[in-house]
Design a protein around this ligand. Structure first.
Ligand code: SAM
Length: 275
């Protein structure tokens, strides 16, 4: 058997008597045209190592394996194990880890190899997983991830709108982040209530020093927790007006108008004030 000769995903699900469990955030992509497009956007190919969270019935996994990539998948729902086993039987370079991706130790999984993350993420843990991969000890070579559209918009947001907040600053401080594909709710089985989008994030070569990143996160937490207030008020406990002036910014400005460079200037001023 080869990957191309595997039965359609709907038939595989029916043959294994599987239906989506909403508790696990299961909304499946059964159209291989869509999963192949995501694999293309991920720019992975022969010999690349890919970590996929939540393969479910394996539609995206099939598309990734077709590129010649090796896929290590982490799935919480053990019901999919027999169905996913068919991927290895069909010649795919595939390994399944059953468990919670939030608790997975990627450093241990990749053992020094470069690896790409490609996933249609469960909505309920998507943001938590992204923050783990952005800030954790292990840095992926690239991340191509499906989120609900509203979260995707918050990751790539530019200053000046409601979508711009802590997530945009953190993601864009560490990666180049682009929204690369919109996917309507009707593309999933069962359809979720909202549309989705794929974001591609490429980690920057020059990561900020951990202390600078920590300062940036503290500043953005304080500034965006009171996003309607002027910085001189929202950053009061961190130095208020003097800190904002030291960073070369207007103390009357609000968080959502501050650029990435502005937040780094605030983080640097805060670190300087403490040294
Ligand atoms: N990749 C499949 C697709 O595109 O059709 C399924 C995507 S579905 C949105 C999310 C998958 O993540 C489900 O298979 C679900 O069981 C799994 N999942 C949910 N929470 C998880 C977690 N914490 N760790 C690993 N897998 C999880």
């Amino acid at each position: 058997m080869s990957l191309a000769s595997l039965p359609p995903l709907r038939d595989s699900l029916a043959a294994h008597g599987l239906v989506a469990n909403k508790g696990f955030g299961q909304h499946f992509l059964l159209d291989l045209n869509i999963t192949r497009k995501i694999a293309r956007l991920a720019e992975v190919g022969d010999g690349d190592l890919v970590i996929e969270v939540g393969p479910g019935p394996g539609g995206l996994t099939r598309a990734l394996l077709e590129t010649g990539a090796k896929v290590i998948a982490i799935e919480m729902d053990p019901r999919f194990a027999p169905l996913l086993h068919d991927l290895s039987a069909a010649g795919g370079d595939f390994q399944l880890i059953l468990g919670d991706a939030l608790k997975a130790d990627e450093t241990e999984i990749v053992r020094g190899r470069q690896a790409h993350l490609v996933s249609n993420l469960p909505y309920n843990v998507g943001t938590a997983l992204l923050i783990k991969w952005l800030t954790g000890p292990w840095t992926p070579a690239s991340l191509t991830l499906m989120f609900q559209k509203e979260v995707a918009d918050r990751i790539v947001a530019a200053p000046g709108g409601d979508a711009y907040g802590r997530l945009a600053v953190l993601a864009q401080a560490l990666t180049e982040a682009k929204l690369v594909m919109d996917v309507p709710a009707r593309a999933f089985t069962p359809p979720p209530k909202v549309d989705s989008a794929v974001v591609r994030l490429t980690p920057l070569a020059n990561r900020p020093h951990p202390a600078r990143l920590d300062a940036l996160q503290r500043i953005t937490a304080a500034a965006f927790n009171q996003r309607r207030k002027m910085l001189r008020s929202s950053l009061k406990v961190m130095g208020g007006e003097a800190l904002v002036l030291e960073a070369g910014l207007d103390p009357q400005a609000r968080a959502e108008t501050i650029s990435m460079a502005g937040f780094f200037a605030l983080a640097d001023a805060w670190l300087a004030q403490r040294s």
